[in-house]
Design a protein. Sequence first.
Length: 335
Amino acid sequence: MNWWYQISFDSKWAFWLLPIPFMMLIWFIWSYRRAYPELILSTTASIQPLFSIRGLLKQMLPLLRICAVILMIIALARPQTKSSESKIKTEGISIVIALDISTSMLSLDFKPDRLSAAKEVAVSFIKQRPNDRIGLVDFAGESFTPCPITADHEVLINQLMKVKPDDLEGGTAIGMGLGTAVNRLTAYPSKSKVIILLTDGVNNAGFVDPLTASEAARQFGARVYTIGVGKKGKALAPVGINPFTGSMVYDYVDVEIDEKLLQQISANTQGKYFRADNNDKLKNIFQEIDKMEKTKLAVSSFERKTEQFQYLLWAAAFFLLLEIFLRYTILRSNP
């Protein structure tokens, strides 16, 4: 019955004519009673043979005309069915997440640790942006691309969850991580390009200067949002491996983040610097970036109306022709 809810009438004023067939019905009943007055009998056994289906049908002929008039009035109201169509054109954003996976990212000032917390909020961020192409670059003492820019977010998330500190050499090469992210963006030109660089340390490795890499990002038209991860003061961080058990040894060390450098990188590319010192703050930062970098959607709606009055006119013509046919053939009165 969904089709019923799609019907509309373009000339609703025609419904004001519906009293006409109602008056025709009243006239038919009144005329019938004048032509055929009631005769009260104690029994109808003697006149039962006088009744016939033919006679009953002849009396009902005016009802066909009344039905035809009703159908013509509804047709005059111009019933229409509506079908709508929407076309959505998206202008997605190319995004690269540059993630520091140095050993210090296993520090326990986040729950369960910095790297796991960063992965969690990054996955949530990715799922909220279905129309964007997103890639992943990780870096420590060197940089690597686990997943180029892609629209297949399932593959991206799987690769993100697999990265771990021992994948790369030790150290923190911020310049190389940023430079690799810029290179990934050059393969997928788009109007909006964004790099989210997350680190918990200072640039102490690699052969690419971070500010030089930020200049390349600026020249390419990419905004860089930098995030410093780590609480202020000291944090329980890995300082080595126990030679007997092979497990990580932790101790309290000073949290050193080169905030000045990260601020320069973001300012040079018209981005923004954030500092996250706990899980909730990191989550809020990604939500803020999500709001600032909205995907542009252009929605075009079309509505098509199809006239349906012709079917009603055909039905009305059928009833009129049926009445004429029956009146002057099968139900014709003999003089």
